[in-house]
Design a protein around this ligand. Structure first.
Ligand code: AMP
Length: 284
């Protein structure tokens, strides 16, 4: 496995693979890899001849008061995870390699990005769409892999690929959780022992929501209420949002008919955590 820092090295390597007729998968990450990321790499390795993992903490998707500086980084460990999972190339650029001084072009989206995480993170998806477009143009993969953990991001990327005619298949992968239910996240490392225990309330509240849907409930307000009431039992939890939206539009729904996304964002202390589930009536 190679680790490279420049766009040219990625292009040269992919060109070489293409000459050999090999297929290429891309897994974009911000590093500090865990089992969730590894599940994406595993899936990519199973479906492509060669896999590129990008490890880049993208400054453009962080707001001025967010955790860009403190975001955890450990390239050696990340490289070991990628190698053991069977990736062929790690792309780890410096911000200056991705954004030269006079960088001034952005990919923005007028739907899907205003609600959910877009409310508290107004510039986030512009940063995500821009960096993912750049990665798509640099690697030109056949397939790219994204986690349902960031469900809004997955929907936004799928929409962008359709709007801008990227000839790339987007593969969504299920949420990987700790044994006790907490969704794996690089940001879980911020949690103190007490906060880590409190963070369980996210997955527990969603579980209660799912249980309600299993009784045949179709009222979205009742679903939101059961989740919000459960979150309210945890003193360390401060709710950012509890939303029930259509999985295609990401707009709030009143009654649950088609596929819906139930998504939450909750501060545990200073750490903002997200979790969700997608529900399709017919597959329950
Ligand atoms: P990040 O490094 O947080 O930008 O995440 C990189 C990719 O890994 C994104 O597509 C995430 O959705 C995905 N990912 C992060 N955590 C998980 C998880 N617990 N399960 C599945 N995918 C995940």
């Amino acid at each position: 496995m190679k680790i490279v820092e420049t766009i040219q090295e990625v292009r040269d390597q992919v060109k070489e693979w293409r000459k050999q007729g090999l297929t290429v998968g891309l897994v974009p990450t911000m590093g500090y890899l865990h089992e969730g990321h590894k599940s994406l790499i595993d899936c990519a390795v199973a479906e492509n001849d060669r896999v590129v993992v990008s490890v880049f903490v993208n400054p453009m998707q962080f707001g001025p008061k967010e955790d860009l500086a403190s975001y955890p980084r450990d390239l050696d460990r990340d490289a070991a995870v990628c190698e053991s999972a069977g990736a062929a190339l790690v792309f780890h650029p410096e911000p200056s390699e991705m954004y030269h001084d006079d960088f001034s072009s952005f990919v923005d989206m007028s739907t899907l990005t205003g609600g959910l995480c877009g409310k508290t993170r107004p510039i986030h998806f512009r940063g995500v769409c821009t960096v993912v477009s750049k990665l798509f143009n640099i690697v030109v993969p056949d397939k790219a892999y994204f986690g349902q953990k960031d469900a809004q991001q997955l929907a936004v990327i799928r929409h962008m690929v359709s709007d801008l005619n990227f000839g790339i298949e987007i593969v969504g992968c299920p949420i990987v959780r700790e044994e006790d239910g907490l969704a794996k996240s690089s940001r879980n490392t911020y949690l103190s022992e007490e906060e880590r225990r409190a963070a369980l309330i996210l997955s527990q509240s969603l579980k209660k929501g799912k249980a309600l849907l299993e009784t045949g409930e179709t009222d979205a307000a009742k679903l939101r209420a059961v989740i919000a009431n459960t979150l309210a039992t945890e003193p360390l939890a401060k709710v950012d949002y509890v939303e029930v939206v259509g999985w295609d539009t990401l707009e709030p729904v009143e009654s649950i008919n088609g596929p819906i996304l139930t998504a939450i964002a909750v501060y545990i202390g200073k750490t903002r955590l997200i979790d969700n589930f997608i529900w399709q009536k017919e597959t329950r």
